[in-house]
Ligand binder design. Structure first.
Ligand code: AHG
Ligand code: MN
Ligand code: MN
Ligand code: MN
Length: 335
């Protein structure tokens, strides 16, 4: 039995009708979808193309780039510059903001992206992804400086990610809930498979890199220890734990079945403010999680309300099922 499913194009046209989604934004989302399709193809052919290893270069984060970090970044750059409304691009893999317009106008787009997330998983054939976010300029710009892109996540008009797992998913929000698409083998189209994704308020599953235990701040330690105590502990139930080391994969699991993801600031990364980057990791994922009914916090404040101080700024990230994030916030407040 075949079920007729909406294509990404038809879905976006419906969003245009229902919510007044701009035509240019629609085309930009399609260009992002095309980039993700091509990246998926490169990843899946990675062993034949011999592109799963490291490149000779280091990015601005001080990380040795993988060849596919560079390839995915180039794919995004070439496709996102198609859209006449895109004024600037901010990527994990590029030191400075890339300006595509000399005189950006109010209403033009800033696009932020992590071209390949979880890239340490590439050479072991585990899930990786791409993350993106779009913000509209609220005034004409005369000075093309990096500081122009330092806009709070609450201003995002669209965010999402692609997950290159057993199938390729494209998860998207334009501020009217979250919808999930799957790339169909054969036609290559993204078809709506997970309409109106909502995450449960309660959960019994958490995700954290426990090898950093000795660096954690007391509220994080308290939270994890209480989860591990099981039914006899203060939480009164057993918790499950998962860690894939790919934020996209963790967030996707949480969207599908609930959970909480923590990559907190700790004693070992405090000088950088955390590990994950605010503009192209925390903000888009925070937007998606909130749009699905969850919560995204630094432990002390809402991620989307953070005023960015730099375009590669890092931040503490705690997101997922609302009740659990609220509990972790309360532990920070008490500490
Ligand atoms: P990226 O591959 O884009 O640099 O991001 C990696 C991030 C994120 O995906 C994941 O949650 C985290 O790093 C994993 O960190 P650990 O290796 O410390 O587990
Ligand atoms: Mn990286
Ligand atoms: Mn990443
Ligand atoms: Mn990355």
């Amino acid at each position: 039995m075949t079920i007729d499913r909406l294509t990404l194009r038809k879905f976006l046209l419906q969003e245009e009708e229902k919510h007044g989604l701009g035509h240019e934004l629609m085309m930009l989302i399609e260009d992002i979808g095309t980039s993700c399709r091509i990246i998926a193809h490169q990843i899946r052919n990675g062993p034949f193309l011999d592109i799963l290893g490291t490149a000779e270069t280091e990015n601005v984060q001080g990380e040795t780039q993988k060849q596919l970090d560079v390839i995915a970044n180039d794919i995004f750059l070439s496709h996102l510059s198609n859209c006449s409304r895109v004024a600037a691009l901010v990527s994990e893999e590029i030191d400075n903001v890339i300006w595509l317009k000399d005189t950006p106008k109010k209403g033009d787009y800033l696009v932020y992206f992590d071209p390949l997330d979880g890239s340490s998983n590439l050479n072991v054939n585990m899930s990786v992804g791409s993350i993106f976010s779009v913000v509209e300029l609220d005034e004409d710009i005369t000075d093309l400086s990096n500081d122009v892109v330092l806009i709070k996540g609450s201003k995002q008009i669209c965010a999402g990610y692609a997950l290159y797992g057993p199938s390729t998913s494209l998860i998207l929000s334009t501020g009217n809930g979250v919808n999930g698409f799957t790339q169909k083998i054969g036609s290559g189209e993204f078809l709506l498979t997970f309409p109106d994704m909502r995450l449960p308020e309660e959960t019994a599953e958490f995700a954290i890199n426990a090898s950093r235990f000795s660096h954690w701040e007391p509220p994080i330690r308290r939270y994890v220890e209480e989860c591990l105590e099981g039914p006899k502990g203060p939480r009164g139930k057993s918790f499950n734990m998962r860690w894939i080391a790919s934020m996209v994969a963790e967030v996707h699991r949480i969207l599908m079945r609930g959970g909480v993801f923590l990559y907190p600031k700790d004693a070992n990364n405090a000088s950088m403010g955390g590990k994950l980057r605010l503009l192209y990791e925390a903000n888009p994922m925070g937007f998606i999680i909130e749009q699905a009914g969850g919560k995204a916090s630094t432990g002390r404040s809402r991620i989307l309300d953070e005023q960015p101080a730099g375009h590669h700024q890092r931040i503490s990230v705690i997101l997922g099922s609302k009740a659990e994030v609220e509990l972790i916030d309360s532990y920070h407040l008490e500490a």
